[in-house]
Design a protein around this ligand. Structure first.
Ligand code: C5P
Length: 211
């Protein structure tokens, strides 16, 4: 079986950037599971289905065969992230996204294995992963980074609103009944509060230690 590395952590913890780096360095295929939740939220929004219209979501899902894994700027919008977090509470939505992830990891490719990031990857989806990482960053640091990113992109934003949104997302993700965000059993905790170089050094020590 190919190597599977899981990367979990809260919103804005830098999981995606870290996973992309590890994928490039160790020739792994990278799957961002949050992107699938965001893609589904976007497709539902296009059909004018609201996140609380559970039976409409159920019927719509039956018609989706394979969700696109294409990265797109519109999927990164705050409103899509919030909607993704809302639909992610629904059992059958999680089952659907999990089956999409399994499909993606079964597709033949020349890579040495997979790195998958999300909220429940090491705790639920790939419990038997070769390595589990959990990325941790204080909520104030996450909000400051997000604020800077928006200002650098020329978008207007208010720091306290961003902090509030991130805290709300943490609460939704950590307290939901189905597959809440937890530190998976056996996961190595990575502190991503400092520089990217520092984070990468922590990860390389772990990966190269087990190889
Ligand atoms: O990681 P990202 O911010 O793109 O994820 C968007 C939302 O999708 C998260 O807030 C979370 O509620 C949900 N999600 C999840 N399980 C995953 C990945 C994402 O519930 N494995």
């Amino acid at each position: 079986m190919k190597k599977i590395i899981t990367v979990d952590g809260p919103a804005g913890s830098g999981k995606e950037k870290i996973s992309r780096y590890i994928a490039r360095k160790y020739k792994l295929y990278h799957l961002d599971s949050g992107l699938l939740y965001r893609r589904l939220a976007y497709e539902l929004e296009k059909k004018n289905i609201k996140t609380f219209q559970v039976s409409k979501i159920k019927s719509a899902i039956k018609n989706f065969k394979k969700l696109s894994l294409r990265k797109a700027k519109m999927l990164r919008k705050e409103q899509i992230g919030k909607a993704a977090s809302e639909i992610a509470k629904i059992d059958f939505v999680r089952d659907f996204i999990n089956s999409q992830q399994r499909l993606a990891t079964k597709a033949p490719n020349k890579k040495k294995g997979f790195i998958i990031d999300g909220r429940d990857i090491g705790s639920v989806v790939f419990k038997k992963a070769s390595l589990k990482l959990y990325i941790d960053v204080d909520v104030n640091i996450r909000a400051k980074r997000r604020y800077k990113q928006l200002i650098d992109n020329g978008e207007k934003s208010i720091y306290l609103n961003i902090l509030k949104d991130i805290k709300l997302r943490d609460k939704t993700d950590k307290t939901r009944i189905n597959s809440p965000l937890v530190v998976p059993k056996g996961a190595k905790i990575i502190d991503n509060s400092h520089t990217f170089k520092n984070t990468i050094a922590q990860i390389r020590n772990i990966i190269e230690g087990i190889n």
